[in-house]
Design a protein around this ligand. Structure first.
Ligand code: GRF
Length: 194
């Protein structure tokens, strides 16, 4: 089966990476993870890539936005990457890099964008006494968490929620949503529609 090549960028625990590795194991899944990149050599999630035998590139210490963008650009060109997937990647990507890779970089964010872009969206939703939160998959543009939205899923907020309980509930839904959207995008790329 024809599969697109994806690069997954992580900075931390890598639960999305682990989840995507599982999804890509399915024979019918139209994507393979050809590369994992991180701005942190000590990101715990890198272990999932090591265990799965996926090539890893760490750019650490972080060389700055422009230099990281240049390295990322060269690397994904060399490896014929079709799609970049941000998964808990905690850096803002260089605007020139993002413009070059328009509609080729995906992100998932734990809020119903455009509400609560940026850091600690779950706590900010709690502070505002929201009753519903959720997650959003969107194309990456130079402005943080602002690109065209591909999919969203609602998650209820309960009265006794803390940042941790709400984050965990949203993350479970993220783990359903992200592989589903990536599958759709991968099929569109394979069919030449993107
Ligand atoms: C998720 O909440 C995701 O929405 C955000 O970072 C978290 C991912 O963490 N961008 P992990 O490293 O994949 O576990």
């Amino acid at each position: 089966m024809n599969k697109i090549k994806i690069a997954v960028l992580i900075s931390g625990r890598g639960s999305h990476l682990q989840n995507l590795i599982e999804a890509c194991r399915k024979p019918y899944y139209p994507a393979e993870i050809a590369l994992v990149m991180s701005d942190r050599a000590d990101a715990p999630g890198l272990q999932y890539a090591r265990d799965a035998g996926i090539p890893i590139i760490t750019v650490s210490p972080y060389p700055g936005r422009a230099a990281f963008g240049a390295i990322l650009h060269t690397t994904i060109c060399e490896k014929n990457i079709d799609l970049v997937v941000l998964a808990g990647f905690m850096r803002i990507l260089d605007a020139d890099f993002v413009d070059l890779w328009d509609r080729r970089i995906l992100n998932i964010h734990p809020s119903l964008l455009p509400a609560y872009p940026g850091l600690h969206p779950q706590q900010r939703a709690l502070d505002a006494y929201e009753t519903v939160s959720g997650c959003t998959v969107h194309w990456v543009v130079p402005e943080v968490d602002a690109g065209p939205i591909l999919a969203q899923a609602d998650v209820p907020i309960y009265p006794l929620d803390t940042e941790n309980t709400l984050s965990d509930r949203i993350l479970k839904v993220e783990h359903q949503l992200y592989p589903t959207v990536i599958m759709t995008v991968a099929n569109e790329i394979l069919h030449g529609n993107l």
